[in-house]
Design a protein around this ligand. Structure first.
Ligand SMILES: [Cu+2]
Length: 336
C-alpha cells in the first residue's frame, strides 16, 4: 500500500482527528464532569486543572521550540555559550520554576485544614458490595438510613464520614469535589459544598470487585426547604400498602425471607445486610444506579439479580413466578 501524504489522505486524517477530539471533549461535559463544577471543592479542582494544563502547555511549547531551533540552526552558526544557556535555562530553570510554582499552588488547595470547620450537615456513607449505605441525622438527632442516593441542600456545607466494612471503595462525585477512599477500620472525612441545584452522578473510583462498575449513585442538590421536606419524609415509616396487589406484595415480602436482609421501617422487616427499602420507590434509580426507577425494574431485579449485577449479595428469586413478582413490584414501587 502506498502511504504518501496525499491531499485526500490529509483531509481524512484531519476529519478523524477532529472526530476523536470532539468525542474526547464531550466526555468532559455533563453530570459527572470535573470541568463543569457544581460545588466549591470541585471548582478549586477545576481551577487547579487549568493552571496545571497551562503550565504543562508552556513547558511543552518551550521544549518544542528548542527542538525546532536545533533542527533549523546550521552547525557552523552554533555558539557554545548560547546553547549552554538554552540547556540550563530552558531545560532546568524554566521547568523547575514552573513546576515549583504549580506544586506550591496545588498544595495550598489541599482541603484538610478546612475539615475542622462546623458543617451544616453530617452524612455517613458506607461502601458495601456493591452499593452505598447512606445515613443522615435529623435535627431531632434521629438517624435516617437510605441507600444509593444522596440529597444535599444548595450553598450548605456537608461533612461526609466515609467508611467500609468490606474492601476499599472510593467515594467520588466529580461535579462536587475530589475522591476519598473508604478504608475498612477507619473513617475518612470530606467536606462538600454544592453551589448549584441539579442531579449529578457519583461512582466508586476504586476497583472493589466483580460489580464495581455497577456501584453508582445519584446526588440531587436541592433548595434548602425542599431538602428539609425530603429529609422529614425519609424519616417517616413506610406508608401502608394502598392496593390489594400491594398488600399481597407485602405478604410475599414477609414470607419469602426478604425481611431477613432488608429493613422497611413501620413493618417487621429489620434485616441489615441489604439496603433499607422504607422509601425505595422515591429513589431516582434502583440497585445503585443500575436500573431506572420503575415497577418493571423491580421485577427484573428480583427475578435475576445476578445477571444484572454479577456477584450481588442478593440471591435471585425467579422461583416466585410472574404474579408474585408483579405484586412485590406493586408494593415496593409504592414505598415512596
Ligand atoms: Cu466500590
Amino acid at each position: 500500500m502506498d502511504w504518501t501524504w496525499t491531499a485526500k489522505r490529509r483531509r481524512q486524517f484531519c476529519r478523524g482527528a477532529l472526530a476523536t477530539c470532539s468525542l474526547t471533549m464531550s466526555a468532559c461535559a455533563g453530570s459527572q464532569s470535573i470541568l463543569e463544577p457544581a460545588g466549591m471543592q470541585a471548582a478549586s479542582i477545576a481551577k487547579l486543572f487549568w493552571w496545571m494544563f497551562g503550565g504543562g502547555a508552556l513547558v511543552w511549547i518551550l521544549v518544542v521550540a528548542a527542538a525546532l531551533y536545533v533542527i533549523k540552526v546550521q552547525p557552523g552558526e552554533r555558539q557554545v555559550r548560547k546553547d549552554q544557556w538554552l540547556i540550563v535555562g530552558g531545560g532546568i530553570l524554566f521547568p523547575a520554576a514552573v513546576l515549583s510554582a504549580l506544586l506550591v499552588y496545588g498544595l495550598s488547595l489541599m482541603p484538610h485544614s478546612r475539615l475542622n470547620e462546623q458543617a451544616d450537615l453530617n452524612v455517613n456513607v458506607a461502601g458495601e458490595q456493591w452499593w452505598w449505605r447512606v445515613q443522615y441525622e435529623t435535627t431531632e438527632g434521629e438517624v435516617v438510613e437510605l441507600a444509593n442516593e444522596i440529597r444535599l441542600p444548595v450553598d450548605k456545607s456537608a461533612l461526609f464520614n466515609l467508611t467500609s466494612d468490606n474492601v476499599i471503595h472510593s467515594f467520588w462525585i466529580p461535579s462536587l469535589g475530589g475522591k476519598v477512599d473508604m478504608i475498612p477500620g477507619r473513617t475518612n472525612q470530606m467536606l462538600l459544598e454544592p453551589t448549584r441545584t441539579g442531579i449529578f452522578s457519583g461512582a466508586c473510583a476504586e476497583y472493589c470487585g466483580t460489580s464495581h462498575t455497577f456501584m453508582r449513585f445519584r446526588v440531587q442538590v436541592m433548595k434548602q426547604q425542599a431538602f428539609e421536606h425530603w429529609l422529614t419524609h425519609q424519616a417517616q415509616p413506610a406508608r401502608p400498602p394502598a392496593t390489594a396487589a400491594a398488600s399481597e406484595g407485602l405478604r410475599i415480602f414477609m414470607s419469602n425471607g426478604c425481611a431477613t436482609c432488608h429493613t422497611i421501617r413501620g413493618t417487621d422487616a429489620s434485616g441489615r445486610l441489604g439496603p433499607d427499602l422504607t422509601h425505595v420507590g422515591s429513589r431516582l434509580s434502583l440497585a445503585a444506579g443500575t436500573l431506572p426507577m420503575a415497577p418493571a425494574s423491580f421485577v427484573s431485579w428480583i427475578d435475576h439479580t445476578r445477571n444484572i449485577k454479577p456477584g450481588a449479595d442478593m440471591p435471585p428469586f425467579a422461583v416466585l413466578g410472574e404474579d408474585k413478582l408483579d405484586a412485590l413490584a406493586a408494593y415496593l414501587s409504592g414505598l415512596e
